[in-house]
Design a protein. Structure first.
Length: 312
């Protein structure tokens, strides 16, 4: 049986530059079934889900539901306790805060000021720094795409059984055709097409403050050109430290139509990465049941190291 994931892998569709863009993530524990649009089709109050999605989206953030791996009864209780995570993925300012709220207390999340979350936010009583194992968030929402359920749920279960990470299922992080897909916090790098042994290597690296580029789709803090440029410089230089690189916004080159992204290292080095945004690859369905289309690709044309006095 052909699926969007098997089609994408068979055509060797590149992963770099395909991660969802979000500088902040709000993750709300919501067991039970999830609909295709989980924020408004689950046991979460749909008005609350819609309001949080709009508030976060207005400031470059995303909201998703999470649950522990395994079977989930179709039940809900106002007194049930919900783990909540709030994370920033900006380099040099990556952090995760967490709290636990009763179902009737989730409405307090409306008070979050998404415009003021970077840096060291003041979140009020109940929020604590998260200092546990890396958060491994595996997309498993089969109502949105069957590949996420068929490939994501076994991965989440195996990771949880092996230990060494705080494993959750998540409703949606984009890119069904790269399933199994996962987001790893605190740094916000997304991955696709990895089995459990490779993911464990990713999590071991994150625990030590490093990044694995194999199977990496990009850091959610950057837009798609920035994600591709960041990964290209990491592979070019061998730099793995999570906070070693930052990215400046892409600039379009009028004559060629290409984009150039400046990547800066904490030691002062700089690179200009030239990217071609193309749609000339073979068509592939974006999700199961969708008509095949040629996806946007971020192809690296060249990487130039810039001199110390070069103006960018």
């Amino acid at each position: 049986m052909s699926t969007c994931a098997t089609a994408s892998q068979a055509l060797a569709e590149p992963l770099a530059g395909t991660a969802a863009t979000a500088r902040t993530w709000l993750l709300i524990e919501q067991p039970g079934p999830w609909g295709k649009k989980a924020l408004t089709q689950s046991h979460l109050d749909p008005e609350l889900g819609q309001a949080l999605d709009a508030a976060a989206g207005a400031h470059g953030g995303r909201v998703a539901l999470i649950r522990r791996p395994g079977r989930h009864a179709d039940s809900s209780s106002p007194s049930a306790r919900h783990r909540v995570f709030l994370a920033s993925t900006a380099p040099g300012a990556s952090w995760v805060r967490t709290t636990v709220l009763p179902g009737h207390g989730l409405a307090a999340l409306r008070e979050l000021d998404f415009a003021a979350l970077e840096g060291a936010p003041v979140l009020g009583p109940g929020w604590e720094p998260y200092e546990g194992d890396p958060l491994a968030l595996v997309c498993t929402n089969g109502k949105r795409d069957r590949c996420c359920a068929l490939l994501g749920r076994p991965l989440a279960a195996e990771l949880e059984a092996s230990g060494g990470a705080d494993v959750w299922e998540i409703t949606h992080i984009g890119g069904h055709r790269f399933a199994p897909t996962l987001l790893v916090l605190p740094y916000g790098y997304a991955y696709g097409r990895l089995g459990a042994p490779a993911v464990k290597g990713v999590l071991d690296a994150v625990r030590d403050g490093h990044v694995v580029t194999d199977g990496c789709r990009g850091r959610s803090a950057w837009d798609r050109p920035g994600q591709a440029a960041d990964l290209a410089v990491r592979e070019h230089t061998g730099e793995t430290r999570a906070h070693a690189l930052t990215v400046r916004a892409a600039q379009e080159e009028p004559e060629s139509g290409r984009r150039s992204v400046t990547v800066l290292h904490v030691d002062g080095r700089r690179w200009r990465v030239t990217l071609a945004e193309t749609t000339d690859g073979p068509p592939v369905p974006a999700s199961c049941g969708a008509a095949p289309a040629s996806p946007v690709r971020m192809d690296v044309v060249r990487i130039e190291e810039l001199g110390a006095g070069h103006t960018v």
